[in-house]
Design a protein around this ligand. Structure first.
Ligand code: 6CS
Length: 372
């Protein structure tokens, strides 16, 4: 009995060992097959294997803002996500404002392919891409930022038709997003259109911005934001518009007595790629870029929201530089609208090179989102 058991035990051990070896070999085979499948179906999301699917590359992503500000933080987050999705094969270097010249220089650099990616404000190419000036119209987009984001994300007029216009100039807007509502800063405290009389307003390089402020009776001066603090301090310009986070971050409130919450417009930024570079990307890389840009819409919405909230709190808490915050009421806004709305029609009917179909389509899309 004991002997049988010993034999039986040895036999059983042999069978188990053999089975283990067979399973192990079979397992290897199966794993090999799985790996093959995974490789083919890999979405590229963060796996080490993803590196094998992507050739090593490095891109530059230039922004018009400094570290900590919305555009730069966007580029940094984008860089992290691209690196993660490509298993570290592709690195993206975020660049802050000033590292490659002025905002206009940066736009030109993107167009020439000197950088692959840029966060770009339409205001700096308004002279070239006439239709991009639609973002300069006052009281055209809603004031509700959720609605603005919905329009920017889903609009066909913007994401297809306007994109095609930009692409004629080697700029591919992959997405449009809001950096928040813009407010006016000044020393006079702007509460009605007549308060603009005699003020010199700082604008970006967009001819339509001139028309918008001309309608209120102001003069305008195009200036890069890097020169704006000094210009306001020396009173060579009297007023400017920007989202609250940027007013605080660039310290414009230190050299201006008032901030007017006017609800007149939003600060729209675009994630852009050089068109020839983007079109030449391998399909799997293009897919990762598109997917990341899409995901970033929600991320950047939350980012601007928290930066704008923090900016307002910081301005209010800055007792060394007291700033009066004026919020326009409905009647005051109606006064501004009355003067601003004819500029919409002027833009549509008079500005040379405008595609009226884009204006009409976008106007309809806006009305739909606003439930009008
Ligand atoms: O006013 C400007 O020119 C700057 N404002 C913002 C919010 N971002 C960069 C831009 O160049």
């Amino acid at each position: 009995m004991v002997i049988f058991n010993k034999k039986y035990f040895i036999m059983l051990l042999s069978i188990l060992t053999l089975s283990f070896l067979l399973v192990a070999c079979g397992g290897d085979d199966e794993e090999g097959t799985d790996e093959g499948n995974t490789g083919e179906e890999d979405t590229g999301e963060g796996s080490e294997d993803a590196a094998g699917d992507f050739e090593e590359d490095s891109w530059q992503f230039v922004t018009e803002e400094l570290q900590g500000e919305v555009q730069y933080e966007y580029a940094a987050e984008f860089a992290n996500r691209i690196s993660e999705k490509t298993g570290g094969a592709i690195t993206v270097e975020p660049l802050e404002y000033g590292s490659l010249g002025s905002s206009v220089d940066q736009a030109q650099l993107l167009q020439q392919g000197g950088v692959q990616l840029a966060a770009m404000s339409p205001g700096f190419t308004g002279g070239q891409v006439q239709d991009g000036q639609i973002f300069s119209l006052h009281y055209f987009f809603p004031s509700d930022q959720e609605q603005v984001q919905e329009i920017l994300t889903n609009s066909e007029a913007l994401n297809q038709d306007l994109r095609a216009k930009y692409e004629e100039h080697s700029i591919s807007p992959l997405s449009y997003w809001t950096e928040g509502e813009m407010a006016w800063t000044s020393n006079v405290g702007i509460e009605s259109p007549s308060d603009w009389e005699g003020l010199n307003m700082r604008v970006q390089e967009s001819p339509l911005m001139r028309e918008s402020y001309d309608a209120y009776g102001a003069t305008v001066q195009a200036l890069d934001w890097g020169e704006l603090y000094t210009a306001l301090d020396r009173e060579t310009v009297d007023a400017q518009e920007n989202p609250i986070f940027f007013i605080e971050s660039a310290s414009f409130h230190e050299v201006q007595d008032t901030v007017t919450i006017s609800h007149h417009n939003n600060y729209v930024a675009m994630t852009t790629a050089n068109t020839e570079w983007y079109n030449g990307l391998d399909e799997n890389v293009k897919q990762v870029v598109d997917e990341t840009v899409e995901e970033m819409q929600e991320w950047v919405f939350e980012e601007q929201l928290s930066q704008n909230e923090a900016g307002l709190e910081a301005i209010e808490a800055d007792t060394d530089n007291p700033t009066e915050i004026i919020e326009l009421d409905e009647d005051q806004i109606a006064e501004f609208r009355e003067v601003a709305e004819p500029v919409h029609q002027y833009y549509r009917d008079e500005v040379e090179g405008i595609d009226q179909a884009i204006f009409d389509k976008l106007q309809e899309e806006i009305a739909e989102v606003m439930g009008e």
